[in-house]
Design a protein around this ligand. Sequence first.
Ligand code: UDP
Length: 312
Amino acid sequence: MARILVTGGAGFLGSNLCVRLLERGDEVVCMDNLVTGSEKNIESLFGNPNFQFVKHDVSEYVWVPGDVDSIMHLASPASPVDFDKIPIQIMKVGAVATHNLLGLARAKGAKFHLNSTSEVYGDPLVHPQPETYWGNVNPIGPRGVYDEAKRFAEALTMAYHRMHDIQVRIVRTFNTYGPNMRPDDGRVVSNFITQALRDMDITIYGDGMQSRSFCYVDDQIDGQLALLDSGYNGPVNIGNPNEFTMLELAEQVIDVTNSNSKITFHPLPQDDPTQRKPDMTRVTKELGWAPKVQLREGLEKTAPFFAKELGL
Ligand code: UDP
């Protein structure tokens, strides 16, 4: 049994991760400032003696009494709608908080696991994206606050690995969806499912031919734990390589929810990546991991969660 600090533990990915760590017998200290996370996501865990919740902003000095075996740093607003609303907090949690937590990892002799993102590839000119691709990021655009914060976080993580010999893991998470997403988080899966469930217009940005590769949350957590438990000190793509256009996604969502919604077209946000798909070579070789849940099945598992959230 390991004692693991999960930052952003009340968020979408963090809360799903806390459940899985407890199920496998680990002790969890969940830290979150509840800016985008919610106590609702973790309320079922409060009675568990191996679970502790600490409300704290990890961009401030962080200390956890007792042993810590691993720090899993998931804290960060991650939806493009957050990038306009809270850009400075996003930069701080990628930069200052990562520094605080690497310092804590060093003090505790803990492994440091950074939840990074496929956004480090920006609007990629190489497709699919291998970890060796350096990316195509606009540093001063609206998405730059997230992309550059995560790129800085990766650089700092590797610097601590080289300077202080800390064990590090870097997950480059590709688009992930599932229960505990915020229905109003503005991301494509949340928007399309909530719109379809209410028979409202489906809002496609641009012509809908841009692509993403969608990973169901259970698979994402499996991949992250496989990386945590591996000996690999460097970035690894975790995602599902099956790629869909936003038009294809809209059609699948309408079908799965039996919706009467109509598809409508709206302006494309600035710097919106045209394509994104993980190259799976490294994750296959190093972890022997592959996602299992395909899009339709994942949407069927996710729609009832949103229906409940919306009181439908
Ligand atoms: N998108 C869309 N309609 C929406 C929300 C998003 O067409 O209501 C598009 C968005 O422009 C992007 C893709 O869906 O091309 C994925 O957007 P999301 O915000 O989920 O995440 P991203 O992959 O861009 O970080």
